[in-house]
Design a protein around this ligand. Structure first.
Ligand SMILES: [Zn+2]
Length: 189
């Protein structure tokens, strides 16, 4: 559902016509609005299965380093939090990811739910998964209307702050990494 955007009063950037404080994060970045439901414990409830990963839930679990499947703290050892990444030729150190850390119990289930892991995955621990920025839709104003410049932009906070992006995902940078499993195939469960 499209929410009406407006120019931000008094400074450059985007706003919602009916903006409320919850529309922005602590960095002043505007977020996509989602309908969400919460369970009795106040943790985000709602569908995860069948590839339907709830964006609101991803954001919250990413922010808190909680497992997106159970919303409890992600697996952590002296080497850091547990992340699962696609297998690529690039090193995982310094990699940017929009997928939250996972708890040990759900690590295997996680690999089956994630479309980006179809060609295999790397299991990695990151002692310092730095909150880096946001991924979302970048727009600009063309004297009469907003125009999408980039449907899927990834911006560090320095460039995203209150400006021209409607954020959809949080981005962390995996640093101080230790590879636990170099490459594994997703096994249907
Ligand atoms: Zn879990």
């Amino acid at each position: 559902m499209a929410h009406e955007l407006a120019l931000r009063p008094g400074e450059p950037g985007l706003a919602y016509v009916d903006e409320v404080p919850e529309d922005r994060d602590a960095h002043g970045v505007l977020w996509q609005r989602y309908h969400h439901s919460r369970g009795p414990s106040g943790k985000p409830a709602g569908a995860w299965l069948n590839g339907q990963v709830h964006p609101d839930r991803l954001r919250e679990t990413m922010a808190r380093l909680h497992c997106p499947l159970c919303s409890f703290p992600a697996g952590r050892t002296g080497d850091g939090w547990l992340f699962v990444e696609p297998v690529t030729t690039e090193t995982v150190e310094g990699r940017l990811t929009t997928w939250p850390a996972v708890c040990l119990e759900h690590a295997l289930a996680y690999t089956r739910y994630r479309p980006d892991l179809r060609d295999g995955y790397t299991v990695v621990r990151s002692a310092d998964p730095v909150l880096y920025g946001v991924r979302g839709r970048r727009l600009h104003w063309t004297s009469a209307a907003f125009e999408t410049v980039e449907r899927d932009a990834l911006l560090p906070y320095e460039r995203a702050r209150g400006r021209w992006i409607v954020a959809e995902r949080l981005v962390r940078k995996l640093t101080q990494t230790t590879v636990v499993i170099q490459a594994a195939e997703v096994v249907a469960g």
